[in-house]
Design a protein. Sequence first.
Length: 366
Amino acid sequence: MMSILRLAVLACLIPFPALASETQDPEIYAAIVSHRIEHSGAAEAFNGSTHAFLDDLLVTPASPFSDLKAEPSIVRSPWWKTMSDKLFPQADDPEARALRALQLQTGVTKARPGVDYPVEPHVAALYRGAYPAAQAIKAGVDPDIFWQARMLNGSQFAEAAGEAVALQILRDQMKRNDTSAYTAMAIRPEVLARYMSAHNPDYVSDEDRHYLGGVLRGALSSRLPAYASGGLPSGLPTIYRVARIAAAYSDAAGYANAPTCTAADLPIPEPGMPFCFAAATDRSVRSWYHREILWQEVKHPQAKQATGFEKLVQLLSPALFLFDGIALLELAEEAIASELLADEAIVEEEAALTAERAENITCRIR
C-alpha cells in the first residue's frame, strides 16, 4: 500500500500542459518520459536516476558551480528531435529551445549578471546591485515587492523570500485573469494592496499572511505552476524562485569582507555565511536555502505565537524542500506515471515500476 507521505507527494505533483503556449514553456521532463516509453518501453524509461540525469547535464555534478555540458547525451536520443519539434513548433531551433527549457526547469542553470541575464545599470540600481538584480529577474519578482517583503521581515530572508514570491504570484494572477474569475480562483487583490501599503510588520494581519502562505503552498505543490496561476513563462519551479530571492536579499545586504564571487571553486558554505549565489546552480542555491531556513529558526526564535506564514515555512522545511517535483526525478516519475496511467498511455504494471524507487526514497525521512 502506498504510504501517506507518498500519497501527499503525488497529490502535490499536479499535471502540466503537454505543449508550449504563447505564454509559457511546457514541462520538458514529462515529455521526455512519455517519449522514452513510446520508443523504449516503460521498463527502460523508468530505469534512470536523478544522479545519472544530472551527470548527463553537468560537467561536474558535485560542484555547486558546475558548467553545463554543451551536448548532453539525451539530445542524441532518436526521439529528441521529434519531441522538440512537437513542443516548440514555432521556434527557430526547437532542439536547442527544448534543451534550454530542460536545463532551467531541472535547476542546473545560473543567474550571472551580464552572462545569464542582462542587467542594465538602472535596473541594477532598483535592486541595489547587479548580482541581486540578476537573481530577482530570474525569479520574476518586481522591485517594489522585493523590497516591501524585505522591509516587513527584517533579517529573516527565508520568510521574506517566500512572501515576496507569494505576493508576485498574486499580482501576476491579477494581471492574467479576468476580475470575474477572482472569486473562483481565490484571488484577493485587497491582500496585495494592504501588504504593499504597510509601513510596519504589525500592520500585516495574521489572516493576510496565512493567505499568502496558502498561495505559496499551492505554487510549491505544483511541479510547474500554470501561467494563469502565476507561474513564470520559463516554467522555473517555485522553490527555485524562492531560493533565488533569499539569495538576492543576502547579496543586496552586502558582505563585510571581500566580494563573494571569485574564480575559486568553493563548496556551499555554512548557514549564514556568504556564497557566490549568481555563479551557483539553482539546485545549489536551493540546498543553501533549506539550510538557511533551519538556521534562521535557531537564530530568530519566535517570541510570540507564529503567524500562519511562519508556520508554513516550518512545515515546508522537512518535506517540500526535499520533495519538490523536479528535484528528485524518481518522485516526479511516479507522479508522471500516474498521469500516464490515467490517460491509458501505460498499464498498471508499468506504472508500478516507479513505486518501489519512490517508496525507498520517502522511507528515508519518515
